[in-house]
Write a protein that binds this ligand. Sequence first.
Ligand code: FDA
Ligand code: NAD
Length: 434
Amino acid sequence: MAEKYFKYVILGGGVAAGYAAREFAKLGVNPGELAIISKEAVAPYERPALSKGYLFPQGAARLPGFHVCVGSGGERLLPEWYTEKGIELILSTEIVKADLPSKSLISAAGTTFKYDTLIIATGSTVIKLSDFGVQGSDANNIFYLREIDDADKLVEAIQAKKGGKAVIVGGGYIGLELGAALRINDLDVTMVYPEPWCMPRLFTSGIAAFYEGYYENKGIKIIKGTVAVGFDANSNGDVTAVKLKDGRVLDADIVVVGVGGRPLTTLFKGQIEEEKGGIKTDAFFKTSVPGVYAVGDMATFPLKLYNELRRVEHVDHARKSAEQAVKAIKANEGVGSVEEYDYLPYFYSRAFDLSWQFYGDNVGDTVLFGDNNPSSEKPKFGSYWVKDGKVVGAFLESGTPDENKAIAHVAKVQPAVQSLDQLASEGITFASKI
Ligand code: FDA
Ligand code: NAD
C-alpha cells in the first residue's frame, strides 16, 4: 500500500484549511512540507457562498470566483497558488481511519499519510432526517446543503422545477437563507419549523417577528410548531409531499432540509479528548494529543471573553482559529510569536436585500430598537443583550460598515448601561458613541 509523508497535514479542505495554508505560506513553508487532504474535489472555498450567491437565478457565483480568501477581502487562492508554494492539494480523498499514536491517516483508497503535525479541520456534517427515522426521507429531490456537490444538485433541481413548490424543513441559518434563495428562483416556498419563531438559537421573538413578516411579504408561507414526520413519493421515487406531525400535508417538488450540523469527530473517537461535542483544545488550538491541532467548526476552545469552553460553527472563527493554530505551530519552531486566542463571536447572514451582523453573547435581558416593521421601505433595527448591567451582545440589521464596527466594539468592551430604556431610545447611537 502507498505511503506518503508530510511534515504538516491539514485534514479537511474547507474554510479553515484554506486560511491555514495562507498562514503557513506567510510564515514560511518549504515545498513538499504541507499537504491538505480533502474529500471535496475542489480547492478550499468560502462555504457561505453556497447558500447565497451560488443559488442566484442570474449572475450566480461559481468557482474559481469564491476560493478562499476572498470572503474576508484577501487574496484568492487558486489551485495554481498551492502548486507555486509547493503545497500539495490531495483532493477527492476521504480519510476513513486515523491512528493518532502512529501519526497516520488512511484514505478510502488505502493510502497511508504520515505526518509530524496534524491540523484537524473536518468541519461539520449535516444532521439528516433519516437520523431520526423520518419515513420516506430518502426520496429524490430532498436536499441538504454542506458542500459544493450538494449545491450543484440543488441548482439542477431548481432549474428543473421552475414554478414548482418547495418546502424548507428547519428555521435556522439554512432554512432562512434557502427559503429566500428558492423564492428568488420563483418557487412557491413554505417553511416548516418546530419552534415558536425562526432562528431561536440567536434571535429574540422581536428580531424573528421582523424576518417572518418580511418573508411572508415576499410570499413565503411559514408553518411553526410542527415537524416533518414523513414524505410521499411518486413511482419514480421523486418527492411529492411532506407530511407534518400536526396532520397537514404539503405538496412539494423540492424539499430542502436544514436541521442542524454535527462536528465530524468520529475518526478520532477514543483517541483524543472531547468536550461539548467537539475536540477540546487550548487557546492555541492544541488538542490533548501532542502534535495534533483542531480548528474551525469542530474545535471546542476557551472563549477567553466569557471564560468558557465553546464551539462556534461560523466562518469568521474558522478563519481565525486556523491562522491561530498555524501561528502556534510556527512559534513552537521559533518562527514569530503567538498570543492566546481572544475571540469575539461574530455571526452574520444575508438573504433577499437584508443583511445582519451579530457580535458578542446573546445572554441576559434584551432590548429592541429602531424600525422593525417588515413593511417599511427601509427597515433598520437592532437589539442589545444586557447582563449584570453591561451590554454583552449586539445585533444590527442593515447597518452601515461604521455602525457594524460600533456594535462589534460595544460587544467587546461591554459598557455599563443605566437602563434598558436608555438603550431602546438611543438605539444605534449608543454604540456609535462608545
Ligand atoms: P468546512 O466544512 O468548511 O470544511 C471541512 C472540510 O473537511 C470539507 O472540505 C470536508 O469535505 C472535509 N472533510 C471532512 N471529513 C473528511 C475526511 N474524513 N476526509 C477528507 N476530508 C474531509 N458561517 C457564517 O459565519 N456566515 C455564513 O453566511 C455562513 N454560511 C454558510 C452556508 C452554508 C451552506 C454552510 C454549510 C455553512 C455556512 N456557514 C456560514 C458556516 C461556515 O461555512 C462554517 O462554520 C465553516 O465552513 C467551517 O469551516 P471548517 O473548515 O471548520 O469546515
Ligand atoms: P441551525 O442549527 O441553524 O438550525 C437548525 C434548525 O432546525 C432549528 O432552528 C430548527 O428550526 C430546526 N429543526 C430542528 N429539528 C427539526 C426537525 N426535526 N424538523 C424540522 N426542523 C427542525 O442549523 P442549519 O440551519 O441546518 O445550519 C447548519 C450549519 O450551517 C450550522 O453550523 C450553521 O451555523 C451553518 N450555517 C451558517 C450560516 C450563517 O452563519 N449565516 C448559514 C448557513 C449555514
